[in-house]
Write a protein that binds this ligand. Structure first.
Ligand code: EPU
Length: 367
């Protein structure tokens, strides 16, 4: 049965992880339709191997060769699947590029995903860590996630509540970990769109005319004229979704390394959440501490600031480094191994713990 699947042996994953780590998969399958998953699950050899589901490889640190089956998700397709008075529903398959989907929705005139422009990775990965940026989290726009249950072979659809979204968190990291293989995601994009400019840096970027001149690193992506549905009701001084997308692209291009040139996985750590008491004690010692009050009275601390204050920004350990412009981003300065990146991360965790009494939790999946 295995021979019917285009399974390959000893495949380098270097091009398939944005850190650019040169690790190999023992067994590799590029999954382009659901039948391939069903067949792999029924195969007595493949089904008993350790399993790694790979999307865009942008939230992954490979610390060695993978001794099992890598399922590289390439399911294609984006379509409008429903429309109500309030929202349009767009369904995208797991293998689609996240940024390409964002640009596709904008080109159709649908706002909602613009704050999440230029995030590397695939559609299938977006619900797992509930990707977020510039005041938006994808979970708030997801209507449904359909997955293949590797344990039972069933195809299950979860609604938003069923996904249990949290800050860089979802059920796919917990109860459904190693079990759910995401097939597609359905987004509910509001027809009465309003800009989300709560993130001060984004509002400033839009207010600053210089941003309009920053080159779009994805030429052609925004060529189609945009006509957001709610345009006629919008105050004329409000930016449209395309302008917000361009501003986000400009900020990200300035602050974050392009994985095509410098290997990285975005923020390597989550911003830690502490109690109000802990935060007040820290502010006494560190008046410049950057923190954000949460609705439940806790505080999110800027991990980049903590790492920066420990003097790590721009430093290196072997070929692993801390990005010069954003201390939360670890980078591959050349031929770093995953273990080198991991050792750097551990050294940073130890320093932040010693100085601030806060344990940083890594964001990428470490395999
Ligand atoms: N800061 C420093 N030094 C640094 C980095 C940051 O002092 O080296 C300070 C900044 O001055 C700022 C604060 O830390 O006051 C926050 O920095 P920034 O606005 O860059 O955001 P972040 O908290 O570091 C988060 C997300 C990013 C997302 C941005 C924008 C996490 C873990 N990271 O970063 O997401 O793009 O906000 O919304 O929540 C990712 O998850 O991979 C990612 C890039």
């Amino acid at each position: 049965m295995q021979s019917l699947l285009p399974v390959r042996r000893h495949v380098s994953l270097r091009a398939f992880n944005t850190f650019g780590i040169d690790a190999a998969a023992d067994t590799y399958l590029h999954v382009t339709d659901l039948g391939m998953l069903e067949q792999a699950r029924r195969d007595p050899v493949l089904s008993n191997m350790p399993r790694l589901v790979l999307g865009g490889g942008s939230n992954l640190l490979l610390t060695g060769d993978f001794p099992g089956l890598v399922l590289h998700m390439g399911l294609p397709g984006i379509a409008i699947v429903g429309r109500t008075a309030e929202a349009v529903q767009v369904r995208a398959a797991a293998g689609e590029s996240w940024h390409a989907l964002v640009q596709w929705t904008l080109a159709q005139g649908f706002g909602g995903l613009e704050n999440l422009s230029l995030i590397p990775g695939s559609v299938g990965a977006c619900p797992i860590q509930n990707i977020g940026a510039y005041g938006a989290e994808v979970g708030n726009l997801i209507d449904a996630v359909r997955y293949f249950d590797w344990n039972t072979g069933d195809i299950i659809t979860l609604d938003r509540a069923g996904c249990a979204f949290g800050y860089r968190d979802s059920i796919f990291k917990h109860g459904l970990r190693n079990r759910a293989i995401i097939l597609d995601v359905t987004f509910g994009l509001p027809l009465q769109w309003r800009p989300n400019l709560q993130y001060v840096e984004l509002a400033n970027e839009l207010a600053h005319p210089a941003s309009a001149r920053v080159e779009n690193p994805h030429p052609g992506a925004l060529e189609t004229p945009l006509v957001p549905q709610a345009d006629q009701d919008r105050p004329s001084d409000e930016p449209d979704a395309a302008a917000i997308s361009r501003a986000v692209i400009a900020i990200r291009s300035r602050k974050l390394p392009d994985p095509a040139r410098i290997g990285n996985a975005g923020s390597f750590f989550k911003n830690p959440v502490v109690t109000g008491v802990q935060r007040d004690a820290l502010v006494t010692d560190w008046p410049a501490l950057v923190s954000f009050a949460q609705p439940d009275g806790s505080y999110k601390l800027a991990a980049g600031w903590l790492i920066d204050r420990c003097g790590w920004k721009g430093r290196s350990m072997g070929a692993a480094g801390v990005y010069e412009k954003q201390a939360l981003v670890l980078i591959n300065r050349g031929n770093a191994s995953g273990v080198e990146i991991l050792h750097l991360a551990q050294a940073i965790q130890a320093d932040v713990q010693a100085r601030f009494g806060v344990m940083l939790e890594s964001e990428p999946v470490i395999v």
